[in-house]
Structure formats: structure tokens, C-alpha cells
Design a protein around this ligand. Structure first.
Ligand code: PLP
Length: 390
């Protein structure tokens, strides 16, 4: 097998292929255009203009203003910077609210704050992975510094009702951070309408390279920089700007914005075809996540009495890349924290696979997965210790 050309890549919630247009846009900045955007000379000024253009493209993508965009090294940094700023600027407030199903970029900051003596409310989810909004409302207190809630879940694709969440949080006058890493490019993000204070996006989930992200910071929100040093990013994120990647990120935002409306429909049709094909051919499986409010590209499916990791290895033999749980928890034998929070039974949670599609997938690839999966599942069930436990 020619691995690079034959691979069927269905792990786009972990990372995406860099769009060829993005590579092309970045290339001059790896060659002749190597100036420092902060330099006074014309050569540096060219880079400053590229930086401005990238910021305009990024802002347009989420309907924000360019001065509300802070470029970061990744979404983890953007998430951490939001938590840091919200707590540092409101030292008297020692309570934070988040959910049990966040990405570790936020979960870990919550645990860090608990170690520092903060009280953290961890909101649970129902069997569809949805929050109880009354519980959110009741949990907000006068000493709540921040509510941090993801837009869409990376493992199941469940989309939270972020407008309603924002209304509730803002009715209490509390700051809201939204991790929009998986929603970007798949859900409409309009920050002129959505009253959030902070919002994080990762480049590598929208066909830009790894190592670039952005934090949206609403104008007027008090901010304390997480990374301290020089005056870059208006003193809000020190360090020489990664202009090549910012150019790529801007281009990726532009491409996503132009194709989103059409692409979302195409992705949902392919994902639904995959879901129906697998459900029809394989007994004892279960879809994880809210099927009415789900990212169009994501299918998280559990096969009872199958070991998920073994399933992934078998798929890998066919050149099919998928994932069990989030990329970071893959390789661990613990069922995912998201599926556990949803109460997915143990013998199903263990056999969960996430297929996540992108604009580069084709129907032929989906049909190939539908063709090979039944055999893989029945072979694994024949040797599964879970089958004997039933
Ligand atoms: N938040 C969510 C929901 C994610 O899915 C991820 C990456 O998987 C991150 C945050 C972290 O993004 P990055 O890899 O850019 O730090």
C-alpha cells in the first residue's frame, strides 16, 4: 500500500490535512519574506501587513473585529489564557463552572485551580451528552469568576445550545469562555450576536498547520496576559509572532468561511450514510451523542463486546484512520471521560470508535469503511473477553 495516497483519513477531530491553498499562501514566509513584524524597516513592515491580513481573515471568520483577536500557539494556550485572565483579573472570585466533558485543555486548568483552593462546579451531562441548563443557572454565584463551556464535543460531536448558555451566564453578569475548537468551520460562530468574553479556535482542526490558534477577547473585557514579555499582540501575548502560520491560519479561516454552508451539508450526508451503513450491517451497536444536535462530520459509535483499541488496529491494517475517544486519551485503556459522564455502559464504552470527516473525504471512502467494518467487528467479537462476560 502506498500509505500516503491510499490512507482513508477519518480522524479529522484529532487533526486535519493542511489545505494546499494554505501551504501555498505560507510558502513565501518560509523563504524570502522572513522579516520580523515588529521591525521598523520596510522589510519588517511587509510582515506586519501579512499579520494584519491574517488577523482580518480570522476576525471575519467569527464575525469579530481584528483587535479582538489574539494569536496563540494552539487552542490549549488560548483556553488556558482565558481561565488565567478571568481568575487573575477577579481575585476575589474563587468559584468557576465548567463541564465534565471538556477537553483536557480546560479540565486540567479546573483541576489546577482546585489545587489552589478554588471551588469548581463540574456540570454533568445526560445520556445524549447534553447539559441541564437549569443546573447551570442555579450553579452561578456572586463569587463565580468564569463559566467555561465547549461549543461542541470533540468525542461525540454533541453541540451545546451556546446561545442559550450565553444568555444565562450573561444574565448573571459573569464572564464566559467558549472552547469552539470543534465547532469552528462546522457551526456558525457570530460574535456580534453571541455574547461571550473569550473563545478559542485551533488552526489544525480547520486545515491550517498545528501550532497556531486564536483567542477571541471581547473588546472591553479586562485582560491579564498569560505569556508575559514583549509588546506583541498589543501586549496581550508576548513572543515574536509566528507570521508564516498566521498567514496559513488566516487563509484556512477564509476557505472555511467560503465553503462552510455547502460543506456542512455534504459532510452530514456522508456521515449519515456511514451511520446507517454500519447500523444496518452490524448488530449490537449504539450511537453516542445527541443525534439532533451534532457536528455534521462526527460519528461516535460503540460496538458492544469489542475492544475499541483492537478495532482501531484492525482498521489501521486497511489504511483507515479513526480514533477511540480524543486523540490524547487514545492508547489508554480507561473508557473516555465523556462516555463515562454520559453513563454509556462499560461493554459499549470500551468498544467506541470516532469517525470524523473533512472536506477531503469522499463517498467511496465511506463505502469502503461500511464494507470492511462488519468483518472486523465479528472477528473481534469471536475472541473478545467482553463477549464472554455478557
Ligand atoms: N479543545 C478541544 C475541544 C479540542 O478538541 C482540542 C484538540 O483536540 C483542544 C481544545 C486543544 O487544541 P490544540 O491541540 O490546538 O491545543
Amino acid at each position: 500500500m502506498d500509505f500516503l495516497s491510499d490512507v482513508i483519513y477519518l480522524d479529522n477531530n484529532a487533526t486535519t490535512k493542511i489545505a494546499p491553498e494554505v501551504v501555498e499562501a505560507m510558502l513565501p514566509a518560509f523563504g524570502p519574506q522572513y522579516g520580523n513584524a515588529s521591525s521598523m524597516h520596510t522589510f519588517g513592515g511587509q510582515m506586519a501587513r501579512c499579520l494584519d491580513h491574517g488577523r482580518e481573515q480570522a476576525a471575519a471568520f467569527i464575525n469579530a473585529d481584528p483587535d479582538e483577536i489574539i494569536f496563540t500557539s494552539c487552542a490549549t494556550e488560548a483556553d488556558n489564557a482565558a481561565w488565567y485572565s478571568a481568575t487573575e483579573t477577579q481575585p476575589d472570585k474563587r468559584h468557576v463552572i465548567t463541564t465534565k466533558v471538556e477537553h483536557s485543555a480546560n479540565l486540567a486548568y479546573g483541576h489546577y485551580l482546585e489545587d489552589k483552593g478554588y471551588e469548581v462546579t463540574w456540570l454533568g451531562v445526560d445520556s445524549d451528552g447534553q447539559l441541564d441548563l437549569d443546573e447551570l443557572d442555579r450553579s452561578i454565584r456572586p463569587d463565580t469568576a468564569l463559566v467555561s463551556i465547549m461549543f461542541a464535543n470533540n468525542e461525540t460531536g454533541t453541540v451545546f445550545p451556546i446561545e442559550k448558555i450565553a444568555q444565562i451566564v450573561k444574565s448573571h453578569g459573569v464572564q464566559l469562555h467558549v472552547d469552539a475548537v470543534q465547532a469552528a468551520g462546522k457551526e456558525v460562530i457570530d460574535l456580534k450576536k453571541l455574547p461571550v468574553d473569550y473563545l478559542a479556535v485551533a488552526g489544525h482542526k480547520i486545515h491550517a498547520p498545528k501550532g497556531i490558534g486564536m483567542l477571541y477577547l471581547r473588546r472591553g473585557t479586562r485582560f491579564r496576559p498569560f505569556i508575559k514579555g514583549g509588546h506583541q499582540e498589543r501586549g496581550r501575548r508576548a513572543g515574536t509572532e509566528n507570521v508564516p502560520y498566521i498567514i496559513g491560519f488566516g487563509k484556512a479561516c477564509e476557505l472555511a468561511a467560503t465553503s462552510q454552508a455547502q460543506e456542512v451539508k455534504r459532510l452530514a450526508a456522508m456521515r449519515d450514510r456511514l451511520q446507517q451503513g454500519l447500523l444496518a450491517a452490524i448488530p449490537d451497536c449504539k450511537i453516542n451523542g445527541d443525534q439532533k444536535h451534532r457536528l455534521p462530520n462526527t460519528l461516535n459509535i460503540s460496538f458492544e463486546a469489542v475492544e475499541g483499541e483492537a478495532l482501531l488496529l484492525q482498521l489501521d491494517q486497511y489504511g483507515i484512520c479513526a480514533s477511540s475517544g480524543s486523540a490524547c486519551t487514545s492508547g489508554s485503556l480507561e473508557p473516555s471521560h465523556v462516555l463515562r459522564a454520559m453513563g454509556v455502559p462499560f461493554t459499549f464504552a470500551h468498544g467506541s470508535v470516532r469517525f470524523s470527516l473533512s472536506r477531503y473525504n469522499t463517498q467511496a471512502e465511506i463505502d469502503r469503511v461500511i464494507e470492511v467494518m462488519p468483518g472486523i467487528v465479528s472477528n473481534l467479537r469471536a475472541i473478545s473477553p467482553f463477549a464472554r462476560m455478557k
